[in-house]
Design a protein around this ligand. Structure first.
Ligand code: NAD
Length: 381
């Protein structure tokens, strides 16, 4: 079978779903690979790199979709791409099934099978395919780099002949995958780093990375904020009040705030108020990784960078992985390769779409003319 990778159509998207190295691995599974010309250019992979890796390069998206039985993409397909699906074709991509009924209906009508990368169950066996985590890791790292780029000072403290420089103080709100990556980056740049999460079980991880966990006065309530499955639940009003009071106290102290707090299937909780922004020092920076879900900071403008009257920069970009397109493509295409490895147990270049497999079943949102989303909960942890 042929695996095809088109150029991404989403404006500004620089990632590609297949690197030349991954293409070589997929050929070992018995597949042929084909890309649309220029698909990897913005991520730093030229057509000639693909050709050297044994990949066929075709001139148009139409030729690509026609040639490939399996299509791998990064961004959710648009209407034109959905029209190119045909019976029995398999699409592996981010698909946003929870808010993409039209996409699932279109794939169902065509009889195409869709594997949504954000639906890969978060169980140990599937970590190598967990594209949400690989992209969140990049976003967390890049958020700190973006913050430092907008902060007119060092992160690390220095004593120089020209004077003493205090270290920057960074607060990371939400210590999930992106938050922990932000914490690691911040401490490695030498900043004094604080982190807060409603799930107190992450305190140990935060501290092991050299940051300080911010505790509230009533820890029992902090534990109540944790929900099953490792994700956060909505906090009680009393807990929220204590959290906001603590943040208001910290606002004049910290130079950088990185917010990453999310609750599954909801708008992001608003945790950094206008009053907190007003209390920050001029030159401070907020990077709001929750911008796409409404933002954790009241003043965040999605996809924009703004500077407030009191001189606080608020970054609401939603394309951090694409801003590190080479790295993001390498990790994403490894996730895709592992998914295809599980789909090809006989290494014979043929998909075995085993709906009895928890991981494959969990990620499949349309199969043989049916919508199979949402999946049943996984049986294995
Ligand atoms: P996420 O993106 O849903 O949320 C980010 C963080 O925000 C979470 O840590 C959450 O607790 C926190 N948060 C929510 N509301 C908050 C509030 N009001 N104040 C402060 N923080 C708040 O989460 P994620 O990064 O996708 O990871 C969530 C969990 O899943 C973690 O426990 C992670 O270890 C786990 N996980 C497991 C696997 C696996 O086993 N394969 C893979 C990835 C993640």
């Amino acid at each position: 079978m042929k695996i095809g990778v088109p150029k991404e159509l989403f404006e500004g998207e620089a990632r590609v779903a297949l690197t030349p190295d991954s293409a070589k691995q997929l050929q070992k599974l018995g597949y042929d690979c084909v890309i649309e010309t220029g698909a990897g250019t913005l991520a730093g992979f030229a057509d000639k790199d693909y050709k050297e890796a044994g990949v066929e390069v075709v001139k148009t998206a139409a030729a690509l979709w026609k040639a490939a039985e399996i299509v791998a993409k990064v961004r959710q397909p648009n209407e034109a791409e959905l029209k190119r699906l045909t019976k029995g074709k398999t699409l592996i991509s981010f698909f946003n099934p929870a808010a993409n009924d039209a996409g699932m209906e279109a794939a169902k009508a065509k009889g195409a099978n869709v594997i949504a990368m954000e639906m890969v169950p978060r169980i140990s066996r599937a970590q190598k395919m967990d594209a949400l985590s690989s992209m969140a890791n990049i976003a967390g790292y890049r958020a700190v780099i973006e913050a430092s780029n907008n902060f007119g000072r060092f992160f690390t403290g220095q004593i120089t002949a020209a004077g003493k420089v205090p270290p920057a103080k960074v607060l990371v709100v939400g210590a999930g995958v992106a938050g922990l990556a932000a914490i690691g980056t911040s401490t490695s740049l030498g900043a004094i780093t604080y982190a807060f999460d409603v799930r107190p079980e992450v305190a140990e991880q935060v501290e092991s990375m050299g940051a300080e966990f911010v505790y509230l006065d009533f820890e029992e309530e902090q534990a109540d904020g944790a929900a099953t499955g490792g994700y956060a639940a909505v906090s009680s009003p009393e807990f929220r009040e204590a959290q906001l009071a603590k943040f208001l106290e910290l606002a004049p102290e910290v130079d950088i705030v990185i917010t990453t707090a999310l609750i599954p299937n909801r708008e992001a909780p608003e945790l950094w108020t206008a009053e907190m922004v007003a209390a920050m020092k001029p030159g401070s920076v907020i990077v709001d990784l929750a911008a796409e879900k409404g933002g954790n900071c009241k003043l965040t403008v999605m996809d924009e960078k703004i500077v407030t009257e009191n001189g606080v920069t608020i970054v609401g970009y939603t394309d951090f992985p694409s801003r590190m397109a080479s790295q993001a493509s390498t990790l994403y295409s490894t996730n895709i390769r592992h998914m295809l490895t599980d789909l090809t147990p006989d290494k014979d270049g043929q998909i075995n779409h085993n709906m009895e497999d928890d991981v494959i079943r969990g990620a499949t949102v349309t199969f043989e003319g049916e919508i199979t989303f949402p999946p049943p909960p996984p049986k294995i942890k």
